[in-house]
Design a protein around this ligand. Structure first.
Ligand SMILES: *[C@@H]1O[C@H](CO)[C@@H](O)[C@H](O)[C@H]1NC(C)=O
Ligand SMILES: *[C@@H]1O[C@H](CO)[C@@H](O)[C@H](O)[C@H]1NC(C)=O
Ligand SMILES: *[C@@H]1O[C@H](CO)[C@@H](O)[C@H](O)[C@H]1NC(C)=O
Length: 111
């Protein structure tokens, strides 16, 4: 996992450098396109893996009066959205997906 992250960072840095060296508009290399696609896929993968839902939800629910309920809902939301808003309540605009999830009763699902 660590090695993978290192590889990813190296790849992204490489991409930034090669892009910086290219004159503007000179993006006519299929090799470059492949790298772009691969980097964005890896980046997405990495970003999604990065969040530790147990940790993020423990933090989110620390002040909740119903910790187990809060934690369970939060984990579901986190697993689905890969995001938990900062703080113990509110701040949901940081995670639009998290903010949008509803229960079957059309209540906001995520704590
Ligand atoms: C890209 O390169 C190919 C061959 O090298 C050329 O035929 C094509 O016109 C180029 N496309 C652009 C947008 O410069
Ligand atoms: C998530 O965080 C908790 C608490 O810090 C830690 O014990 C656990 O190993 C972490 N899990 C992952 C997958 O990093
Ligand atoms: C919202 O997030 C900020 C940090 O981004 C934090 O300082 C603040 O306490 C949070 N709000 C609540 C209600 O937890």
């Amino acid at each position: 996992m660590k090695r993978f992250a290192f590889f990813l960072v190296a790849l992204l840095l490489l991409q930034v450098f090669t892009e910086a060296l290219q004159p503007a508009g000179d993006h006519n290399s299929s090799e470059m396109d492949d790298l772009d696609i691969e980097a964005s896929l890896l980046k997405e993968h990495y970003m999604h893996k990065k969040i530790n839902c147990s940790y993020a939800c423990a933090r989110r629910c620390i002040k909740s009066s119903r910790k187990n309920v809060c934690h369970r809902a939060c984990k579901t939301c986190c697993a689905r959205c890969h995001c938990v808003p900062p703080g113990t309540y509110g701040n949901k605009s940081v995670c639009p997906c998290y903010a949008k999830l509803k229960t079957h009763h059309h209540q906001p699902k995520c704590p």
